[in-house]
Design a protein around this ligand. Structure first.
Ligand SMILES: Cc1ncc(COP(=O)(O)O)c(C=O)c1O
Length: 495
């Protein structure tokens, strides 16, 4: 314990994670001259100084980088393995539906994966405005009620032919079979979601082998075609061998089905590709994974004498987890109970801004201090001061505490990996737990080769009251006076 007290944060990081205090920390974060940078471009210390905290920093170019990197790895993997099918990158929009997010992924070349009726309506809007280019696939997943099926039919009737509805239940075929226009259909394999053992909720998705047989039979006398086989094993699967071993039976099932169904041409492994945003320990070789998958599929196809399918991945958290982060500040230090870590009482809420800290057992996020790297570390837990909820704690009491500089009040922390799912689960633009206001959001895009920054102020009291049905005549001043900043101001760097 004495030794721990003397260890500085930078030496702790070196010992525990083998990261130097200057240089790359992850594939999206680095540190230069004592400042933390997002995407090697955005100086987070500078943003915290200029705008104050809490602050949400959204850096859209990171999404472009993620998509481009995966395309490059896939293209190298295809070359290395002689894989003849294409590799198609789809963005699983459920991870973050924000317009700028979806449009950035599309501009980077992503196809579109939907999860709900409203999502198809967004795709339809983007398709009508040619923001979603005509040659991009739109894969519709999830259990489909009449609304969802109706939205799919409307998009098809508008003339969209790149739509693939992936059947999750047999009765979806009842709703689609009567469509007068030919449809491209997929089947989702139910057992893929059972094999992993880590994502038990997955079991409810998809069709059994017998149900897939029924689809094949029913489609024989219809204008519709079965083109896609979907097998998703889970999410954030960091173990390559486990990922591939779990997919093995699905590759066999694809090939066996392809022998009977010559229109079948896509193998979709769904989500599961992990993000680096949750732990500094992260190590996943994406190109190697794709290469091994291509080898396995190539060899399986050779064994069953069927052509190699196009491979589709539906990348949710991989696409967006790292494009945004949250800067919050220690407002007060409260001593822990004897023998327990101290509390860092933060000027934000973890349960509102990173709800997976509560929902997903043992969920982690990369947490880094902006300053104090040469100060001694000590164990702490973060508690959200914007709620009075005993669950507003990170890490959970069952998890080890964080080791952070002992500099206390005023220390700003970057909580990373929050760009996927967190805002969708918590809700965007609503009234939140204990009326915790949404923080100021700094959004950074590339415009004309330069970084452009937009600032949306922190949600104010009047907005919160209106959302809850109050009609405030006069409102209290903003809840926190952060330094003011004009909107749409060109950032000082070009890219
Ligand atoms: C069908 C489907 N595809 C893709 C995804 C995205 O998964 P991930 O965020 O692991 O990439 C999900 C997530 O739930 C999903 O249900």
């Amino acid at each position: 314990m004495v030794q721990l007290n003397q260890q500085t944060y930078s030496s702790y990081l070196q010992d525990r994670y083998h990261r130097a205090s200057e240089g790359p920390l992850t594939d999206f974060l680095s540190r230069r001259n004592g400042n933390l940078y997002l995407g090697n471009q955005i100086n987070l210390n500078d943003l915290a100084r200029r705008f104050g905290t809490p602050l949400e920093v959204v850096y859209y170019p990171q999404i472009t980088i993620q998509v481009q990197r995966m395309h490059e790895w896939a293209s190298r993997a295809r070359q290395e393995t002689g894989y003849r099918g294409q590799f198609l990158y789809a963005y699983a929009t459920k991870a973050n539906f924000a317009a700028e997010v979806v449009q950035t992924a599309l501009q980077a070349g992503a196809h579109y994966e939907t999860s709900a009726a409203a999502d198809v309506e967004i795709a339809r809007y983007l398709w009508q405005h040619e923001i979603l280019p005509r040659d991009r696939l739109i894969c519709c997943n999830g259990s489909k009620d009449a609304n969802y099926l109706g939205a799919i039919r409307r998009l098809r009737e508008d003339g969209c032919t790149s739509l693939i509805s992936v059947l999750d239940d047999l009765d979806e075929l009842d709703g689609l079979q009567s469509c007068p226009l030919p449809l491209q259909l997929g089947v989702r394999e139910r057992s893929a979601g059972n094999r992993d053992g880590h994502h038990l909720g997955n079991d409810r998705f998809g069709l059994t082998e017998a149900e897939i047989d029924q689809v094949v039979t029913r489609l024989q006398s219809s204008p519709h075609q079965l083109v896609l086989y979907h097998a998703m094993i889970g999410s954030q699967v960091e173990d390559r061998d486990h990922f591939l071993a779990t997919l093995h039976d699905s590759l066999v099932a694809y090939c066996q089905l392809r022998q009977r169904v010559p229109t079948l041409r896509y193998f979709n492994f769904g989500g599961g590709i992990p993000t680096s945003g949750y732990t500094l320990d992260f190590a996943f070789d994406y190109q190697d994974f794709l290469q091994q998958l291509m080898i396995a599929m190539r060899d399986m196809c050779a064994r069953y004498h069927v052509p190699m399918p196009h491979l589709i991945g539906e990348f949710g958290r991989y696409t967006v987890a790292n494009h945004s982060l949250y800067l919050i500040e220690v407002g007060k230090v409260k001593p822990g109970q004897p023998g327990q870590p101290d509390w860092y009482l933060m000027n934000g809420s973890m349960m509102v801004s990173l709800p997976d800290s509560l929902l997903v057992p043992n969920q982690q996020f990369v947490v880094l201090p902006l300053d104090g790297w040469e100060a001694p570390v000590h164990p702490v837990r973060l508690a959200g001061r914007q709620t009075c909820d005993s669950d507003d704690v990170y890490p959970r009491p069952t998890q080890p505490p964080l080791l952070l500089p002992n500099t206390g009040t005023g220390l700003v922390l970057a909580i990373c990996g929050i760009g996927a799912y967190q805002q969708m689960i918590s809700g965007r633009g609503g009234a939140h737990h204990c009326l915790s206001p949404e923080p100021r959001r700094i959004s950074i895009t590339v415009e004309g080769g330069r970084l452009a920054m937009q600032s949306r102020p922190q949600q104010d009291q009047a907005a919160i009251m209106r959302l809850l049905g109050y009609r405030p005549q006069r409102v209290a001043p903003p809840l926190r006076l952060a330094p003011r900043y004009k909107t749409r101001r060109a950032y000082s760097q070009s890219v």
